[in-house]
Structures are given as structure tokens and as C-alpha cells.
Ligand binder design. Structure first.
Ligand code: ASP
Length: 338
């Protein structure tokens, strides 16, 4: 039994709190809060004490914006000292992006921030939301986690390592390049060596600015010249999703490289990620990737696209110059890369 820690649940929306309407499932915060208060399991002595609040907008997470991330971050920061941990209820569609964003936005985090949701709304009989909420509260009150995680389908994953993998399965998230942090079987067993230690520094919330960035996914036959028009000084960062270990088509690459060079001299930071969920970018292993390195692109190594996008927002919001951002994009900051 825990010592009745105190956890704040922040409802941001998502399927977990939706109810059926004529136009399909839609968020309904009031009904959801009623349902939670009626769940006997959440009142059990083994559970932590909890309060629930909600973000300004209750969203289908496909509609999440940088302002919504800031809303979540600010709500955590405002009461950081009053709670032992936080459980964020969130839609699955952009959960991995929000988890990555919070991992950067909450500097010096030494408390658990567990993001969860469900594939089936809590109001439905077969909802996976019940178990996800109960286990998230138990994990948030365990005293063992000091980082932003996703709990879903019996697994605790590092937030900035997770990707949404299934649109309809109950194990919707995977962490292909980092071990599972805990598994909920008969007991919840923690993979302690992989959990982040408490941060010694001061906690600080860094709101993100709405920085213009882009993601380009390479494909056979890509006509790179079409992207030239968007590679202006306005575009601060690009995540290039390449084949395998960082490869781009050479034929199209002939056209890509001058565009990247131009983007680079315009000040755009280009980060190379892989379309393969597992493994790492290694620029220079193949002829088809070494040219990217020469024109100033940064290897995102085994970072997810979600983490790379969030990290670009964070580093530009900090006001760092291009060279510092380039260096930091290639270095681990929050356990997001190996
Ligand atoms: N569209 C929903 C959302 O991301 C899906 C879900 O919650 O599973 O908000």
C-alpha cells in the first residue's frame, strides 16, 4: 500500500472521455468527470488521493496545438509543489508528440508525468480506459518515476521514445529503440535501470513558441524541387524522414542537396530521422547519406520524428542560435536518443 500520495489528473480530451453523438464520438468533460467519481476502484485505500482538472479546451488530440501543450505545461508548473505526480488524460493520436513536448518543456522534472488514454471510451463496457487510469495513478504514486511517460496497454514507456503503432489495437504504443520502463502483469514490475534519476536542478517550465517547422518524408520518385518554395528563411527547422540509416534517392538527391544547402545558409536546421521505427541514422554509412552530412544536416540518430519535432520547438523557443541548436539536436538531452 502506498502512503496515499496526492496526484493531479489533467483531462485534455481524447477517446477516453468521449461520449457517442450523432456525428460520432466527441469529448464530454462533465460526463467523464462524473464517471471517474463513480469508479469505486479510484476511491480504494490502495489508490493515491487525486484531484481532477481540465485544460481550457477538451480536444480530440488531432487538434492539439503548441498553445495546448503550453496549457498542460503551465497547469503542471502552477501546482508542481502541491502534488506528488501528474496523470494526463489525452487522445492517442498525438500522445507521443505531447509526451515528447512535455519532456523538453518541463526542465529539471523530478516527478512523474504519466500520459494515458484509451482506444475505447470509458463510458463503454469494454473500455481499456479503466485499467489505464488505475495503473497510471498507481505508477504516478509509486515514488519510482521522475520523467514523462506514456502508460498504455499494460506498459510504461518513456514518452519521448514512444510512437503510436496501432490505430485500433489495445496495445497502441511501442518504444522501438528503448526498453519498456515497467510492465503491469499480476504486479507492476519496474525496469529500474532504465528509469531516469531524480533531477538535481531546479524545476522550470519553458513555454513553446509557435515556431515554423516542417517534416518531409522521402519516397521513391520524390520531386525535391517542389519543396524549394517552402525552404525560405521563415522555415526554422526541418525533420527529414529518410530511408533506413539516413539515405535519400541519389537522383532526386542531386536536386535535394542544393535545396538543403540553401536552407542551411538561410538558417534552417535540418535533422535527419529514419522511416524505420527501429535502429539509428548513421550519416555516411552509404554514399546516399554522406552528402546530407556534407551540406550541414544533423543526424537525429535513433530519435523518433515526434521527439525531433518537439525538440526543435523547444530549442528555438529557448532562443538559442543555429549552431547551438544544431549541436543539441545531435545530443541526448532527456533520454530521447541513445
Ligand atoms: N482521435 C482520438 C484522439 O486522439 C483518438 C484516441 O483518443 O484514441 O483524441
Amino acid at each position: 500500500m502506498n502512503d496515499r500520495k496526492h496526484i493531479l489528473i489533467i483531462n485534455t480530451g481524447g477517446t477516453i472521455g468521449m461520449t457517442k453523438s450523432e456525428e460520432g464520438y466527441k469529448p464530454d468533460a462533465e460526463n467523464f468527470s462524473r464517471l471517474l467519481h463513480r469508479m469505486d476502484a479510484l476511491m480504494a485505500l490502495e489508490m493515491p488521493l487525486w484531484d481532477i482538472t481540465r485544460t481550457e479546451e477538451i480536444l480530440d488530440s488531432s487538434n492539439m496545438t503548441v498553445e495546448d501543450w503550453n496549457d498542460i505545461g503551465r497547469r503542471i508548473a502552477d501546482v508542481y509543489d502541491d502534488y506528488d505526480g501528474f496523470v494526463i488524460l489525452h487522445g492517442t493520436d498525438t500522445m507521443a508528440y505531447t509526451a515528447s513536448a512535455l519532456s523538453f518543456m518541463l526542465e529539471g522534472l523530478s516527478k512523474p508525468v504519466i500520459i494515458t488514454g484509451s482506444q475505447i471510451p470509458l463510458c463503454e463496457i469494454r473500455s481499456d480506459g479503466r485499467d489505464n487510469i488505475i495503473a497510471s495513478l498507481l505508477i504516478a504514486s509509486s515514488g519510482r518515476v521522475n520523467e514523462v511517460c506514456i502508460y498504455f496497454g499494460n506498459r510504461l514507456l518513456r514518452g519521448n521514445r514512444a510512437i503510436k503503432y496501432s490505430a485500433d489495437g489495445l496495445i497502441a504504443f511501442v518504444s522501438p529503440n528503448f526498453p519498456t520502463l515497467a510492465e503491469a502483469g499480476i504486479t507492476i514490475s519496474y525496469n529500474d535501470v532504465y528509469l531516469r534519476n531524480r533531477h538535481e536542478g531546479e524545476f522550470r517550465y519553458v513555454p513553446f513558441k509557435n515556431i515554423p517547422i516542417g517534416v518531409i518524408k522521402v519516397f521513391p520518385g520524390i520531386q525535391f524541387e517542389l519543396f524549394e518554395a517552402i525552404m525560405t528563411e521563415q522555415l526554422k527547422g526541418v525533420v527529414l524522414e529518410t530511408f533506413g540509416a539516413g539515405n535519400i534517392p541519389q537522383q532526386g538527391g542531386g536536386k535535394l542537396l542544393p535545396i538543403i544547402e540553401k536552407a542551411y545558409s538561410n538558417g534552417t536546421v535540418l535533422t535527419v530521422c529514419s522511416q524505420c521505427p527501429q535502429g539509428t541514422v548513421s550519416l555516411g554509412t552509404y554514399e546516399t547519406s554522406s552528402a546530407l552530412k556534407k551540406v550541414g544536416a544533423v543526424s537525429g540518430k535513433d530519435m523518433t520524428t515526434e521527439a525531433a519535432v518537439a525538440k526543435l520547438y523547444y530549442l528555438f523557443s529557448k532562443g538559442y542560435d543555429k549552431e547551438k541548436i544544431k549541436t543539441l539536436m545531435g545530443q541526448d538531452m532527456r533520454g530521447e536518443m541513445s
